[in-house]
Unconditional design. Structure first.
Length: 132
């Protein structure tokens, strides 16, 4: 299984057997990798129906939900790691989401693209779409 370079970097930060929550998990590629290669106990939250269905097809534990509504269903420190990858720029209240992820997780990992990088800007200019 091949992951994007940013997701590969995240996998190197998570020890085997950890309990992981992936916020905005998309199609579940990262979570699936962690479950298979690092034997984590993982769960994802995804807004899009297509993403949730992709996760279910991968056999992952996933819940459809809006991160803007918080993580009230989860007690404090209920996960070893909470991941927020490529999601932060698309939320209305990033401070609230980061506070919630740090409440429910012992460690938080946040990643996002550098939209100022010339290749990202060029891609957006030429295609009208944010690079994947």
């Amino acid at each position: 299984m091949i992951l994007r370079s940013d997701l590969q970097a995240i996998t190197e930060l998570i020890p085997n057997g950890s309990k992981v929550l992936d916020l905005g998990c998309g199609d579940g590629a990262l979570l699936e990798y962690l479950v298979q290669k690092k034997q984590v106990r993982g769960r994802g939250i995804e807004l899009s129906e297509a993403g949730v269905l992709a996760c279910v097809k991968r056999g992952l534990s996933v819940r459809q939900g809006d991160l803007e509504e918080g993580l009230a269903d989860y007690p404090n420190a209920s996960f070893d790691y909470v991941i927020l990858s490529q999601t932060l720029p698309f939320v209305d209240n990033p401070g609230r989401i980061v506070r919630e992820m740090l409440r429910v997780g012992r460690q938080g990992i946040v990643s996002f693209s550098n939209w100022g990088y010339w290749r990202c800007r060029l891609h957006l200019l030429l295609t009208g779409r944010i690079p994947q």
